[in-house]
Design a protein around this ligand. Structure first.
Ligand code: GDP
Length: 348
């Protein structure tokens, strides 16, 4: 009898403890969700909370989940819980614009996902697939051929133009091509010296002149020198001060004309874009494309946290394919652009 009584008391104590703990947990939950907002914006870093929902008995529930640090989680969260509504699509577009893909590319992507999303698929995966699809037909970058092939490199100062030229020279010489560099940015004091350092490191031949010299004259000399030395590729550095200033664009047009005349044609005009650049990258790309007909983009500084969404905008709005990606400041840090790697990183 005493035994049974002890068991009953034990059960009562256990039930009381369980009840107290449940009460404490539900109070703590209610306190956490006290703002009453339906959806909170993602915080720049750290945790994000899920929408506050009304539970079956009108009890407020708030499910905390691991911070969606990127687009993938945001996209999955958008499509979680049933049918996509107009609001879902609007938010997807907004999320893409925030990832710097530009309004046009964002709207095109939403249309593609809308068309191809079936309810069983992972929406983030569908988005990746559709981003890859936007680069369809661009092909992998191949070293242009010529005697020599002429590659003109343009871009705003600071984007990584000179570093890209150095790395490109290395990539080409590693593949057995002889390279000449033309220091046609005669405006910026350090440009020539910087290029000289890269020429030394890569074994490329450098053609330059004093600061303030005519960039067209340097380009002309470089074509002659590259020919005389039997170079396979001539890479021409150009000035990159404010792309909005007409004199720069006039100067670039002139350099290109000289190269065409002296070298018989420019095989590639590469525009270097900084992956950390936001929407301003489109304006840069447009200005350079109008002036010198950009044939490909190089996305520099992809080794940091930047996702480089801007190239999607540039690809979509100007039809410029992305050719190479800069992933650091060392010689080997230039790699061919791979749409799938890019899409996964953007959506991650
Ligand atoms: P330019 O003015 O356009 O010729 O730019 P620079 O080539 O001088 O580069 C500007 C800065 O960006 C320098 O400090 C470079 O070392 C750095 N940089 C260039 N490309 C990359 C890259 O792919 N990754 C990183 N982390 N830094 C880069």
């Amino acid at each position: 009898m005493e035994e049974i009584l002890r068991v009953v008391i034990g059960l009562i104590v256990l039930a009381a403890a369980f009840f107290t703990v449940s009460m404490l947990i539900s109070r703590a939950r209610a306190a956490g969700g006290s703002t009453g907002t339906i959806e909170r914006r993602t915080r720049p870093a750290g945790t994000r909370t899920a929408p506050v929902r009304q539970g079956p008995a009108g009890v407020r529930e708030e499910k905390a989940y691991v911070a969606p640090t990127g687009l993938a989680e945001r996209v999955r969260a958008l499509f979680r819980g049933g049918e996509a509504t107009e609001e879902t699509w609007r938010r997807l577009e907004e999320a893409l614009i925030r990832a710097d893909v530009g309004p046009r590319a964002a709207s095109d992507l939403v249309a593609r996902v809308r068309e191809n999303l079936d309810t069983s698929a992972d929406p983030a995966e569908v988005l990746v697939r559709e981003i890859v699809g936007m680069f369809e037909g661009d092909g992998v970058w191949a070293v242009p051929s010529g005697a020599p092939a002429i590659v003109m490199v343009v871009g705003v100062n600071g984007t990584g133009k000179t570093t890209t030229i150095g790395k490109l020279a290395h990539l080409l010489s590693r593949e057995g091509h002889r390279v000449t560099l033309a220091a046609s940015d005669t405006f910026r004091a350090a440009a020539g010296e910087q290029l000289e350092t890269w020429a030394d490191r890569t074994g490329a031949h450098l053609v330059g002149q004093e600061r303030g010299a005519d960039p067209g004259a340097v380009a002309f000399d470089a074509v002659q020198a590259a020919r005389a030395r039997g170079s396979d590729v001539l890479i021409v550095d150009t000035a990159g001060r404010l792309h909005t200033r007409q004199p720069l664009m006039d100067e670039l047009t002139k350099v290109k004309r000289v190269l065409e005349k002296a070298g018989g044609g420019v095989d590639e005009v590469l525009l270097v874009l900084d992956a950390t650049t936001g929407q301003n990258g489109i304006a840069q790309a447009r200005a350079f494309t109008e002036a010198v007909g950009v044939t490909g983009a190089v996305l520099a500084k992809m080794d940091g946290t930047a996702r480089g969404g801007i190239v999607l905008a540039v690809r979509e709005e100007l039809g410029v394919p992305v050719r190479l990606v800069g992933v650091g400041e060392k010689l080997d840090d230039l790699v061919p652009f791979d749409p799938e790697t890019f899409a996964r990183r953007l959506v991650a």
